[in-house]
Write a protein that binds this ligand. Structure first.
Ligand SMILES: Cc1cc2nc3c(=O)[nH]c(=O)nc-3n(C[C@H](O)[C@H](O)[C@H](O)COP(=O)(O)O)c2cc1C
Length: 183
């Protein structure tokens, strides 16, 4: 099944342009570039876990809130539930490969910041660390947990925000298999 991109507006007017029914995975790929972030949590031994996440969004302005939607299979969700806080970091291109690697293995078996050489720094309010090479980093306190079938949406209040506009933001492409900047 081919998917057409219509650049010619006259095709809409004459009715020549038709969308096709497509599988869910393809629909997800076609929404790229997708948001990309690293959720930072504190493991039981006090070390930091980093997880790649595309399914995040702002939820409220007053107070500022965001949500991250995490698979029930990973480690990070259980750490958010245990500690009631996390940070969401929007990494820059200087850690492109390292950040992508955080989505390819679990903190159950890998110390990701050490293994992939990702520098961390203390947050202002929460215990979870910030990823230093980020365009934006949010400190978050858990407000509610909402099951969404095979995922869980963690809704959190943003209690502090940090940023560096000089850092080029990464986005996810190709069904979350690649991250890159957008020119
Ligand atoms: C670009 C990218 C985006 C991802 N987005 C999500 C996401 O939004 N939610 C999710 O549950 N997993 C997502 N993943 C997969 C997790 O990062 C992956 O399952 C990870 O191993 C979980 O780590 P943990 O077990 O240390 O928590 C993504 C992976 C990549 C590479």
């Amino acid at each position: 099944m081919t998917v057409s991109y219509c650049t010619d507006r006259s095709k809409f007017i004459t009715g020549e342009f038709e969308m096709n029914k497509i599988p869910h995975g393809q629909a997800q790929r076609l929404t790229a570039p997708c948001p990309f972030g690293l959720v930072s949590t504190v493991k039981d031994d006090g070390s930091t876990n980093l997880m790649a996440v595309s399914w995040w969004c702002f939820l409220s302005n007053h107070p500022p809130m965001l949500g991250v939607c995490l698979s029930k299979k990973g480690l990070s969700g259980s750490l958010i539930e245990k500690n009631g806080e996390f940070t969401l970091n929007i990494p820059g291109e200087s850690i492109k490969e390292a950040a992508l690697n955080c989505g390819r293995c679990s903190g159950r078996t890998v110390n990701k910041p050490v293994e992939f050489g990702i520098e961390l720094e203390d947050a202002e309010i929460v215990k979870a660390k910030l990823v230093s090479a980020s365009r934006v980093a949010f400190e978050c306190k858990l407000v509610s947990i909402n099951e969404a079938a095979d995922h869980v949406m963690y809704m959190a209040e943003i209690v502090a925000e940090h940023g560096d506009p000089e850092v080029n933001q990464l986005f996810a492409f190709d069904g979350y298999s690649r991250v890159d900047t957008v020119k």
